[in-house]
Design a binder for this molecule. Structure first.
Ligand SMILES: Cc1ncc(COP(=O)(O)O)c(C=O)c1O
Length: 372
């Protein structure tokens, strides 16, 4: 055995990708409704991102965080504007580790409240923050994490006390089953969390970079978190993560409290810079694509094995009466790439740049399969 068996790999090898089309070794083309798990938001092998990456590769790849870095400054200001300060990491789980550290340093408290069905990553603190037994595998967890029930404000009230540093959540839970937060729950959550002197921490790893129709999902809920994290689509496939906090918390991540060799790597930053430019040209017209997506999705509700269709923007969950694994495999045989979430939810995260025709055709084929 050459590779650990920690992933289930479908027996297909892809050799290239362009926008929403992936091509396998036998030159068979597939429609991608996964964005490579929420990564290719501006389309696989996006020309502008590829050009930026190639140009940077010819200049310099790696610049230690011992020197000033103009590219990091540029990406940070495109991400967080004037109100936020940025730390760059290499992945979503790492961005969340930084968020947890910062919340604890800034408040001098320990407890982080997270929610049932959440997913925050696989490293130790992020795994401990993830309130799903199936992710813990009986491993001992770190102390300092308490789990509330998603969309249940009373369950948060029961846990709030003067040791709570922050409340961390996804506004649409991705891996856990595509569950959007209720806007009323969020309004109350922000109020009681701040009254308690605790911070609101939003995990935008899956929901960010245009996925829900806005640059970040919190814009749909009309508030600004104290801390938020981004990764996945931020550099459209080049590993990167970012943790942003309101400027008032910046001094808490003081010299030597945190760091990373590769965090904010030049190749990742050049890709992120181009990705964010691409995104700002895509976002103004994205609502039309979202409308088309949901028009088609609504029709799935009539199918007898479909129990719910939910989501936000270009992020959808189709809950089924049957286990989803076989459906994902069947769709792959039909050359459509989709994801699962939880045991029985089909998750669709198409590139924001997928053509209307390709999107409609793929959804028609999904409908046909589910109607059988
Ligand atoms: C909401 C959320 N947070 C964190 C992570 C972890 O990100 P990464 O796999 O880049 O460590 C994921 C990955 O799926 C995610 O969906």
């Amino acid at each position: 055995m050459t590779l650990f068996p920690n992933y289930h790999r479908a027996p297909v090898t892809f050799k290239k990708a362009k926008n929403a089309t992936w091509t396998d070794k036998k030159n068979v083309e597939y429609t991608d409704l996964s964005s490579g798990i929420g990564v290719y938001n501006v389309g696989a092998n996006n020309d502008a991102v590829a050009s930026a990456l190639i140009a940077q590769a010819k200049e310099m790849w790696h610049l230690p965080n011992l020197y000033e870095n103009d590219l990091q400054e540029t990406v940070a200001s495109k991400l967080g504007g004037e109100k936020y300060t940025t730390y760059f990491a290499n992945s979503g789980t790492e961005a969340n580790e930084a968020a947890i550290k910062l919340a604890r340093l800034a408040t001098k408290r320990e407890t982080i409240i997270t929610f049932s069905n959440s997913f925050h990553g696989r490293t130790y603190a992020s795994m401990s923050a993830t309130a799903q037994d199936s992710i813990h595998h009986g491993l001992p967890l770190l102390s300092g994490f308490k789990y509330a029930k998603f969309n249940d404000i009373n369950s948060v009230k029961e846990l709030l006390n003067d040791d709570v540093a922050g409340v961390m959540l996804e506004l649409v839970q991705g891996e856990g089953g595509v569950f959007p937060a209720d806007p009323d729950f969020i309004r109350q959550l922000i109020h009681i969390t701040h009254e308690n002197g605790s911070l609101i921490m939003i995990d935008e790893v899956q929901t960010g970079i245009g996925r829900t129709g806005k640059k970040f999902s919190f814009e749909n809920y009309d508030f600004e978190p104290d801390i938020f994290t981004s990764a996945k689509a931020l550099a459209n496939g080049v590993p990167v993560g970012a943790m942003l906090a309101k400027n008032e918390f910046a001094s808490s991540l003081a010299y030597n409290t945190h760091g990373s060799t590769f965090g904010g790597n030049l190749l990742a930053m050049s890709a992120a810079n181009a990705t964010l430019d691409e995104l700002s040209s895509i976002l103004p017209d994205l609502s039309e694509k979202i409308s088309l997506f949901w028009e088609e999705l609504e029709t799935l509700k009539k199918i007898s094995i479909v129990t719910d269709v939910r989501g936000l923007g270009m992020m959808a969950g189709i809950e089924l009466k049957i286990p989803v694994t076989q459906v994902v495999t069947d769709l792959l045989h039909m050359h459509i790439i989709v994801l699962s979430a939880g045991n029985n939810t089909l998750r669709l995260l198409p590139p924001l740049t997928i053509s209307d025709t390709q999107l409609k055709t793929a959804l028609k084929n999904i409908k046909q399969l589910l109607s059988k």
